[in-house]
Design a protein around this ligand. Sequence first.
Ligand code: NAP
Length: 275
Amino acid sequence: MLKIAVIGCPIGHSLSPKIHGAALESLGEKYAYEKIEVKPGELGGFLDYAKNNLDGFNLTMPHKVDIIPYLDEISEEAEMFSSVNTVKVKNGKFYGHNTDADGYVDALKNAGISHENKNILILGAGGVVRTLAKKLSVGDTKEIVILNRTEEKARKIADEVDKCRCAKLTYDVLAEACKTADVLINATPLGMDGCKGDFENTEFLENLKPDAFVSDLIYAPPKTTLLRSAERLGLRIMNGFDMLIFQAIRADEIYLERNLNIEKIYEDVIEKCNR
Ligand code: NAP
């Protein structure tokens, strides 16, 4: 039986048990999935438990960076992103990976979008943007523009990523950047359930080309103000739920140590989660 868990703080809201449960049931795997609250500074104690009781675990805030010194090995991508969301436990050792960016690219692909030859506009410069910008810059991507409330944080990422520039996030700058963007990604919590802030207006969306794609990493609510406005303009949209599903399936590949039929499992997970 596969024994896995998700850790974070807070963790009560996590959809990981539901998604991994649906994926592993679709594979006919026997599993136990725990949701464990691990407060900042309590990673050491949890790892003693994990070493003897788990085959792997997912990590969410605030542990994605703090786990790194505890790992025996880290994958090339997770090291490049300086962020770990999946740990395989094997023979008492910890192997760190990051499946967030792969999950996002899988979700884009599932929506019929490729980042190749595209101008990508990202709002936010937090942990997830570091991974997405690095992943999306590989290949024939034309340009990545990062706009963030705190410009220095965007600058730090832009300096590390090819074909990437940045600026302070203002409505004027955003409206201008939309004129050339093919893919717009909101990676701020603006519009998220439980977050006080939201976009004050979404007029900037009118500057996007008719075939532009608008993606919000938020999945609660399923349609943020941003996505509803984009949809009203006839633009293609995607919320953050598919990214969450695909990064989970990629994590299950790591736990099970084999390639999975990702598209088939995605369909099964969607069907189970919508029931
Ligand atoms: P993070 O490290 O906390 O970064 C948050 C970013 O949002 C920062 O750049 C911050 O700007 C900006 N921000 C926060 N409040 C803002 C406001 N009121 N106005 C403008 N900008 C604001 O978060 P993260 O881990 O990168 O995650 C970002 C988003 O992606 C979250 O909504 C998270 O839920 C979502 N996410 C989804 C998935 C998925 O699987 N769907 C996975 C990971 C993350 P400053 O730098 O100025 O503080």
